[in-house]
Design a protein around this ligand. Structure first.
Ligand code: GDP
Ligand code: IMO
Ligand code: MG
Length: 409
């Protein structure tokens, strides 16, 4: 079976935790987009692993991790991440593959990314990892692909400074590089998990443009970036937090106003600080207009709710069920930043459950008020919540229906 896991909000929904949890039953995990802008956290047996480029399945012994063609790979960041994993006792040798069609991030691209940010009228707040420049050069057909390091006619064409930077990584990368298309064809019979980066609201086309990243975060990118055709994908799952966060600038209709104690409380209880940049994440309540938009643009078979435990002590939890815009209520997600900044959310409140959820392992053991909250999300979005996460640890997960379950004929 081929299963795709994407972020259904503005990133940091807990994709890393869920991919690690679901990797148990997969043979391979393929990351299909983004670069070292991502920060995916896995907590297993009390140890925290922070991944940026390497797919989250790497923590599960024996699983194969592939950096797909849709990724932009900074080789210095990749090897420092792999060295850190080895230091943490993860034996990754022979289990990590890199697509020959993935693009390389060079030091000058990072410098340019940072410099361009300072020149924008409204900065995006990029991670400064050279992501936008690398994807721009790819589209401009002036990028450098991983496979070119090993073809002398291509290598010879690189600029001296590029060769100087890349030379030390060439031999380390050589045994890890694969023709992804042939690799996926050989592995067509296997169970494969495709791991997204960022979230649909940061997708270049369907996100809150221009306050987006530059890769394809939506599920459509899994085929392109993962080396398969779209008909090979069996199921798509979207991970969302019980509330909303966003790092960097851009519209955020349900954001708590600055100084609102609920916003501060969410940030502290949920430890909402970026894995990659350490920046404080902006916080808000759950936006169901945006979540339903994510369900449609990703054709989600199921949702995965995370961080429900962060609301344990809240008196009340809120969701947004519509946007008031120009005197009318709409439940469509507008395309422009100007409209998104002008909308006023229509709010529905639920009583808090005031019970710790961290030890819950079944749907029935969740308090009724927590179940009511989740059931409302299911009915509003028309999408089942198949998994609920109640803590950062791999074990703190309620699986109502395993994504690997094959529907009976
Ligand atoms: P990703 O980018 O989607 O992989 O998410 P991040 O790793 O950037 O951010 C999610 C954070 O929430 C990480 O620190 C996770 O360890 C943590 N996390 C994931 N699921 C849960 C959960 O259900 N409860 C709590 N309290 N933390 C969680
Ligand atoms: P994961 O995979 C949250 C945001 C940046 C910035 C915008 C563009 O961990 O969910 P970029 O450096 O990509 O050009 O920055 O996108 N951003 C993320 N926000 N989670 C991420 O990844 C992100 N990757 C990029 O903060 O606003
Ligand atoms: Mg993250």
């Amino acid at each position: 079976m081929k299963i795709v896991v994407v972020g259904a909000q503005w990133g940091d929904e807990g994709k890393g935790k869920m991919v690690d949890r679901l990797a148990d039953e997969a043979d391979l995990v393929v990351r299909f987009s983004g670069g070292a802008n991502a920060g995916h956290t896995v907590v297993a047996q009390g140890v925290t692993y922070k991944l940026h480029l390497v797919p989250s399945g790497i923590i599960v012994p024996g699983k194969v991790a592939v950096l797909g063609s849709g990724m932009v790979v900074d080789p210095a960041a990749l090897f420092s991440e792999l060295d850190e994993l080895a230091r943490q006792g993860v034996n990754w040798q022979g289990r990590v593959w890199v697509s020959d069609r993935a693009h390389l991030v060079l030091p000058t691209y990072k410098e340019l990314d940072q410099e361009m940010e300072t020149k924008r009228r409204v900065p995006i707040g990029t991670t400064g990892r050279g992501i936008g420049i690398t994807y721009a050069l790819k589209a401009h057909r002036d990028g450098v692909r991983v496979g070119e390091l090993f073809v002398s006619a291509c290598w010879d064409h690189l600029r001296p400074a590029e060769k100087e930077f890349l030379a030390p990584f060439r031999e380390r990368l050589r045994p890890m590089v694969t023709d992804l298309v042939a690799f996926m064809r050989r592995n067509a019979h296997r169970d494969i998990l495709f791991e997204g980066a960022q979230g649909v609201l940061l997708d270049l086309d369907y996100g809150t443009y221009p306050f987006v990243s530059s890769g394809y975060s939506a599920a459509g990118g899994a085929a392109l970036g993962g080396g398969i055709g779209p008909r090979h994908i069996d199921k798509v799952f979207g991970v969302f937090k019980a509330y909303s966060t966003r790092v960097g600038n851009g519209p955020f209709p349900t954001e708590f106003t600055t100084g609102n104690p609920l916003g501060e409380k969410l940030r502290e209880v949920g430890q909402e600080y970026g894995v990659t940049t350490g920046r404080a994440r902006r916080t808000g309540f759950l936006d169901l207009v945006a979540l339903r938009y994510a369900c449609w643009t990703n054709s989600l078979d199921g949702l995965i709710a995370t961080k429900m435990d962060v609301y344990d002590e809240f008196e009340e939890v809120q969701v947004c069920t519509g946007y008031k815009l120009n005197g009318q209520v709409t439940d469509d997600f507008p395309a422009t930043v100007a409209e998104l900044e002008a909308v006023e959310p229509v709010i529905k409140s639920f009583p808090g459950w005031k019970t710790p959820l961290g030890e819950c392992r079944t749907w029935d053991s969740l308090p009724v008020k927590a179940r009511d909250y989740l059931s409302f999300i299911e009915s509003f979005t028309g999408t089942p919540i198949d998994i609920v996460s109640v803590g950062a640890d791999r074990a703190q997960t309620i699986v109502r229906k395993s994504p690997w379950t094959r529907s009976s004929l």
